[in-house]
Design a binder for this molecule. Sequence first.
Ligand code: ADP
Ligand code: MG
Length: 406
Amino acid sequence: MKTVLLLGCAWPTELSFFARGLARVGARVLGVDSHPESHLPPDLRESLSGYLQVTSLFDGQAAFDAIRRWAGPVTIDQVETLWEPAVLLAARVREAFGAPGLSYDEALCFRDKDRMKQAVSAAGLRTPRHQRGSSARECAEAAERVGFPICLKPVAGAGSENTFRCDSMAELEAALNKAGRDREYNIEEFIDGEEFTFDTISVEGRVVYESLSWYRPRPLIGRSVEWISPQTVTLREYDAPQFDEGRELGRNVLRALKHQSGFAHMEWYRKSDGEVVFGEIAARPPGAHTVDTMNFASDIDLFTGWAEAIVHGTFDVPFERLYNCAIVFKRASGQGRIRRIEGLERILASFGEHIPCIDLLPIGASRRDWVKTLLSDGYVFVRHPDLETVCEMADRIGTDLQLYAE
Ligand SMILES: Nc1ncnc2c1ncn2[C@@H]1O[C@H](COP(=O)(O)OP(=O)(O)O)[C@@H](O)[C@H]1O
Ligand SMILES: [Mg+2]
């Protein structure tokens, strides 16, 4: 029996499904997270053979020391995480225990956006022109060199946090004032176009599952305009010729960065002239329920499929791409608590059979911070074999379903 040390297993909730997957394929799972053991939901506790509460998974050193002390006497076969902030910590722990997988240096290429792009460009793949800047002056110089319009973003950002398009020095100044002048930034050539993901599960460098999703609209817009209901659409026609170059780029990036086993989540852009450009990549599954859209698109369980791949080196999930599956994130109008939900009955009456799951905040719940979490005030999945149809239904969920807060 293999022993897997799983960093991050309690929150976000979907992490517990990966713990369950590991237990299902026969692994002994040792979980680490920052929640007290008594607060873990019963089904997660059932999946775990041991649990260590650390003060924070964000505090690499303290968590590292605690994990080494706790797991030191045990033979650890694998160290895994599916949660972005713990990717480097997992790599350090992996090295300390001599477990296989990405080393610290290799993992850095999946965390540090600048290093990432250097490694990807070094392999001859198209990345936005880019430069690092750690002061306002350096950012301005970098913008001169890269050329406007530029995209300004924190080197270790996530979820489009403090990410701006700037068309001029004045806009760069304003963006730096908003985002904070004394941080490290990446200044990139702004790539106009559509934005997609390339999500994979690999076994020792061999890709065993691939999926493409389409962001409607691009995250930079969806994450900065509150009335928009952003969508992620997992595509049924992932092998259509218009995605050939995107898939090829994705596979080459995985090779260039020496990705080995488990999930990877890449984002890429397609310009109106058809050119494809690398966006970013992470050594973990996509967040914001994209594993669910991938599952709903084929009626499969990738939580367990992933576990089988990393524990046994096989992926025996028979799957067919049956549907395009969209998730639509909803944001209430108004502040405070949800008071009214309108339009749901009409939507269910007209295409409810294509909606596999709805999870909206209930009446009386406080609104979530839509800037901090893409989940916003809830979401609806919708799926259909035809892409145009699923987009129409997703757009109707965007416009006709409304939550009101007061
Ligand atoms: N060079 C770029 N050109 C155009 N848009 C970009 C560029 N870099 C980032 N963006 C936009 O900003 C969003 C967030 O940037 P990204 O690099 O994906 O970081 P993260 O998702 O970690 O915040 C992207 O999804 C994209 O919409
Ligand atoms: Mg991104």
